[in-house]
Design a protein around this ligand. Sequence first.
Ligand code: PEP
Ligand code: MG
Length: 576
Amino acid sequence: MTVNQITGIAASDGIAIAPVYLLAEPDLSFETKSIDDVASETARVDSAVEQATAEITVIRNTAAESLGEEEAQVFDAHLMFLSDPEFVGQVKTKVEDEKLNAEAALKDVSEMFIMMFSSMEDNPYMQERAADVRDVSERIMAALLGVKLPSPATISEEVIVVAHDLTPSDTAQLNKQFVKAFVTNIGGRTSHSAIMARSLEIPAIVGTGSILDSVEDGQMIIVDALEGVVITNPTAEDIAEYEAKAKDYEDQKAEWAKLVDSQTTTKDGHHVELAANIGTPKDAEGAVSNGAEGIGLYRTEFLYMDSADFPTEDEQYEAYKAVLEAMEGKPVIVRTMDIGGDKELPYLELPEEMNPFLGYRAIRISLDQQDMFKTQLRALLRASVHGLLRIMFPMIATLPEFREAKEILLAVKEELVSEGVEVSDDIQVGIMVEIPAAAMLADQFAKEVDFFSIGTNDLIQYTMAADRMNENVSYLYQPYNPSILRLIKNVIDASHAEGKWTGMCGEMAGDQIAAPILLGLGLDEFSMSASSVLKTRSLFSKLNKSDMEVLANKAINETTTNEEVIALVEEALAEN
Ligand code: PEP
Ligand code: MG
């Protein structure tokens, strides 16, 4: 390996060559000074406010385009605040009265506003306003100091975003037209930024450990997200080599695209369902254009995360209806919200936890804060008449949790029916199997659920006791480890014994090494990033299910490590 290579975890396929856009914490330090020329200082305030307004308007419009009008509303609040004469007026008065420089006056006034809003602790609306003031003041301060504030939504040239980490909402703001790839210091293949990158189809490498310190803003780099390699100082030869590689990859994708309207059938005629995972209604377009046979996982929490407040029943209804209609009668599995873990909500106060992934999360919150849960269920049931809806509860550990969730669902249904609202009678209700306790007890669960969907991202982290966000232990993300395969087999067999079906919506389902084994284990539905659907369909068309059964059996009974299973699969694929 040459010195100008940095390796990381390939999180979303593709190759990109472009200059770096550093998304680092800006330095907004300044000196407090007293000034003589009050008029020119207040003029500085005006022009900084003007610049901030222009920038936020661009961000707002970009967000509206890529995420929808609702998600853009948070920026409307910022603009409203900027145009409020109260705030800007107080900054200018402070400059005039105290002969303070604009930066110091802005800091004092914004701190006062923040303190005032955040002191109203019981009022989430006011807490939100405090966050608005913080954001807006930071932008005015950056304008005053002439510092570029990184704002992914305003990128308007081809770049590769480099950051320590990207939050799911940072990721959602990336405009695919200009952001050719992103690379981060931390994260793993199943961290949510990686998952979002795949649904946005942006090449990504995460968990490099050091990218942020290794490149400068504007520097040309190559991202090979097929291999997980970043080339930081490419020569002309490197660039030519990777341009060729990128072209080969595009040609391959064009080959896969021919399968867009076909069913997924193995060489020996066995049919499985390939579905897509989505995070927003807009992602359903990618599912359709990539030939998905359904939605195997709609992660509804993004609806909550991209909003300034709890989404209302009607807002949720519209989102669910849009997905069901886009899929035109194909099955759509909607997962009730999975907030917690690495997914926070600014307006829902979650307790500080030592281990958020082991804490107050998903169904645990829904069963505890039932009003929020019922709103979501009402919206889902109302939407059910627009397509083929399936409802799935996340993070189920015990049967009583499932029973309680289902009871609430049935009560909500009854309530709607008594209100005269039409609800579909054909709604399967299932659970995610992502906690080892549920996987072990699958035979009991199978008597009560309509289906299972195995969430390997969490199932692996809990089985191996290795945080999915921590790159230091990412080597323990071992989907092929026979321990994991045995748990999966247990779930599939248990469902079949009761005449039920099992899908998988963890990232493992679209993994080209794992998929042949899962086929052999009898998995019924594979749900993955839309961008993996066609290559998996192509792979399955070359395999015999009967051969994969033999392979799966060997992997389960005759291997001891992840690596041995990889070798076994590679050998079997080479024979095909
Ligand atoms: C999983 O855990 O495998 C899963 C699909 O859910 P998430 O990644 O949203 O936790
Ligand atoms: Mg999960």
